[in-house]
Design a protein around this ligand. Structure first.
Ligand code: WTA
Length: 767
């Protein structure tokens, strides 16, 4: 993309109105949109209540629309009853039973298509399997899966029986899995032996085994979907998915739950070391998920909708597992890396499956843009009619490339601003009506009220003056609380402006046309490749290393990932230099990868003898940020307790140079970095590890295995014995006794563990 284009965009403030062709074909017309805004402006509660009646199939209709008696713990449609899975599947059976609900492409190239009738059948069977393992309404279930249809089936099955799922992104480490299982008190874990990523299997079950070996006393069973090469199974605890569903009924009466019944918890980074379990409701969440796909994506019955997000993130919840299914659309899922086996994979998928709407992150767009225009030019992208972005601000250069090279200048780009906490898109263009500006998420959707306020909570009226982004009225899909910590919910989102506004944690500006431009986070949260990471989380992982006394983490702008992680580390041993420093830095990076996730690995680590602190002992983060960015220091350093440290922090003679890493374009898990496929064929691995059991594979893995062995697939059928019903019942009684006896000890252990983490999360540790 020519430099000229970028500059002209920035200078001319270019505006892209919807084309006449798009406007005419779109479902929503300007008049309707105007009427929606007018109605919502007059009576936003009535506006949402009318939509809730029209868009949700209620088991028991609601009478109370918004209950604000305990604000800011708002409740929507609270006396109504429904089931979310029923609203995503059963409601379509008559008219769309034979329509494709999910098209899924695995990284090795295997394609599966599930109609709504088939998806309904599979969800029911799996829901029955969950019930058979004693999972009941309100129980928490952790899902740690590759991006394959079974991940959605697992989520929908939980919703069907009223269990509360908490999906953990497959790129997270066993430690992160353990923390989340323990915080949620999960009874069951659903995982897979592995998933394919970058040509390698990501061994998910191994991470679960490690998490369970280290704690997680509440987990009774693990269901394992056989996808890759098999894995060790613990008799009595683990059961293959394929065995669990065999013989199960293909119908399952939905569990009718209250509108406010928690649909899921999703952990996200906050400004402290401990991730927050964001709790969402059933009806309100479903309503915004469903209406926003219609409004922001103009989703209709003939679309093939591809949201590239993993179900481990909120985007994959709302725009893969729930919203498009509630709307009866065809959803595409792709398991693997965007550049595997080459940079054309995304575009090939669009061509092969006739994708009409593509929704992805600026990070992916920038990474693919770097590979050049020739690659997408090889594919037929003419079916695309709408493009979307989410997760971080998109720079005009990437926007223009997306618009021209991918969208052929005919597709509107919907830049959607929202958060795990908001449940669904809050600000986005309505593509048939709103003119777009590269880099702006435009305006709030109907029924959503947003403002920019100053430190005292006064609305900022001056165009382009920055301030806190706040949402001024409650909305149906708002988070309900933080799991187990309502106090933290109140403090984090409401306290700053005395419960008047929801504080998003972003700064933003509004231009003279009323368009919003997100400027970044105001808290200690980084946005690396569209993933939220708390600086404190990374710091507490670093100080958990035996050689680290103290650390401070800041962000640094990055060409592709948006932001990269820069860590300053103070050791509790003499600071090494040269090769020894390099190798320690590498060790620390890997350590963070293991503790949290490879996404969180610092791109750069600088070893230093001390951190710049004020006399009151506060780390001067702004100063560290400037140093990391190589900016001139303009801050007042007179309050620095130890000014001499500045030279060393800058990487001066006395300090070892920061070791800079090439940033991985997409998530890389430890397994991706491990031995390539060729070095360990499935057959060899089985022979190497006698304990590995090979379950009944799905046809895909048969083919994959056959390909890598270079001969005809032969299915290894040895599997752990299915647990019989009688045994299960016996075990249940025994387990209850054990759990009851253990619970005292387990609780004490948990307290000890969490106090250790809390100490670590302050970013320093007394040695
Ligand atoms: C950022 C992802 C600019 C923002 C759905 C927000 C964005 C955080 C945009 C939430 C956007 C999200 N433009 N920034 N269109 N969308 N963000 O919880 O900082 O993973 O607070 O939810 O991502 O990230 P989360």
């Amino acid at each position: 993309m020519a430099q000229k284009d970028i500059q002209s965009v920035l200078q001319e403030d270019r505006v892209f109105p919807p084309s006449a062709q798009f406007r005419e074909a779109a479902t929503l017309k300007a008049g309707e949109v105007e009427a929606m805004y007018a109605k919502a402006g007059d009576d936003y509660v009535g506006f949402w209540a009318d939509l809730a009646r029209a868009d949700i199939d209620w088991h028991r209709p609601f009478k109370v629309s918004l209950d604000d008696a305990h604000a800011p713990n708002y409740r929507w449609f609270a006396d109504g009853q429904l089931n979310v899975s029923h609203n995503c599947l059963d409601v379509h059976l008559r008219e769309r039973g034979e329509k494709i609900a999910i098209v899924s492409e695995g990284e090795p190239g295997d394609v599966r298509r599930l109609t709504y009738a088939e998806l309904h059948r599979d969800v029911c069977r799996f829901a029955n399997a969950l019930k058979d393992l004693d999972v009941e309404r309100g129980d928490r279930v952790v899902i740690y899966m590759p991006l394959i249809p079974e991940a959605v089936i697992a989520m929908q099955a939980c919703a069907r029986i009223g269990a509360v799922h908490s999906v953990v992104f497959g790129g997270f480490s066993s430690n992160a899995v353990k923390d989340r299982i323990e915080d949620a008190g999960a009874k069951l874990v659903i995982t897979a032996d592995g998933g394919w990523r970058g040509g390698h299997p990501i061994e998910l079950k191994r991470a679960v085994d490690k998490a369970l070996a280290d704690g997680c006393p509440t987990v009774q069973n693990v269901i394992v979907y056989a996808r890759t090469r098999g894995c060790p199974m613990r008799a009595g605890r683990d059961v293959w998915w394929q065995d669990a569903v065999s013989g199960m009924s293909t119908t399952c009466e939905p569990e009718w739950v209250d509108a406010e019944h928690p649909l899921f918890l999703l952990y996200t980074s906050g400004s402290t070391g401990k991730p927050k379990g964001i709790q969402h409701s059933s009806a309100g969440y479903l309503l915004n998920a469903k209406t926003s796909v219609r409004w922001a994506f103009d989703l209709n019955d003939t679309d093939v909708f591809w949201c590239t997000a993993d179900v481990g993130w909120v985007t994959g919840h709302t725009y893969v597992a729930y919203g498009p299914l509630a709307a009866g659309a065809t959803v595409l899922m792709y398991e693997g890396a965007p550049t595997f086996p080459d940079g054309g994979r995304f575009w090939k998928i669009c061509e092969t499956h006739g994708v009409t709407i593509l929704y992805t992150a600026p990070t992916a767009i920038r990474a693919l843009m770097k590979l050049g225009d020739a690659i997408p030019a090889k594919y037929d992208l003419r079916k695309l009619r709408l493009l979307g972005t989410v997760g971080e601000p998109i720079n005009p250069e990437a926007w223009m490339w997306y618009h021209k090279i991918i969208g052929g200048e005919r597709c509107p780009i919907v830049d959607t601003w929202w958060q795990t906490e908001t449940g669904a898109a809050m600000m986005a263009p309505i593509p048939s009506v709103t003119a777009t500006k590269p880099g702006s998420c435009t305006k709030p959707l109907p029924g959503i009220f947003v403002d920019i306020v100053d430190d005292d909570g006064r609305p900022v009226k001056t165009p382009d003056a920055g301030g806190y982004l706040v949402i001024t009225r409650p909305w149906p899909s708002m988070l309900r609380t933080i799991w187990g910590d309502n106090e933290r919910y109140l403090q984090t989102y409401w306290e700053k402006f005395q419960n008047r506004y929801y504080v998003a944690g972003d700064s933003a500006r509004r231009d003279k046309d009323g368009y919003y431009w997100i400027m970044g986070r105001i808290d200690d949260v980084l946005n690396v490749a569209g993933h939220r990471l708390g600086t404190m989380e990374i710091e507490s992982a670093l100080v958990a290393h035996r050689l680290v006394a103290e650390s401070a983490v800041v962000s640094k702008p990055h060409d592709i990932k948006g932001e990269s992680v820069f860590a300053y580390v103070v050791l509790n041993v003499p600071r090494p230099e040269g090769a020894a420093a390099k190798s320690l830095i590498e060790e620390l990076r890997n350590w963070v990868g293991e503790q949290l996730s490879p996404i969180a690995k610092p791109d750069e680590i600088r070893l230093t003898d001390n951190l710049p602190k004020t006399r009151s002992g506060k780390i001067m983060r702004r100063l560290l940020r400037s140093i990391a960015r190589g900016e001139e220091i303009t801050q007042d350093v007179t309050t620095l307790e130890n000014p001499a440290i500045l030279e060393q922090l800058k990487g001066g003679a006395a300090a070892p140079p920061a070791v800079k890493r090439a940033a991985p374009v997409e998530r890389a898990t430890p397994v991706e970095r491990a031995a390539p496929v060729k070095r360990a064929t499935p057959a060899k691995r089985v022979a190497d590890a006698k304990r590995v059991s090979q379950p009944k594979r799905d046809t895909v893995s048969k083919k994959v295995a056959a390909r890598s062995r270079g001969k005809k697939a032969k299915v290894a059928t040895k599997r752990t014995k299915p647990i019989t019903r009688a045994k299960r019942a016996k075990r249940k009684v025994a387990k209850r006794r054990v759990v009851a006896a253990k619970s005292g000890r387990a609780a004490a252990k948990t307290v000890r563990r969490s106090s250790k983490r809390a100490a670590g999360s302050r970013g320093s540790r007394q040695k």
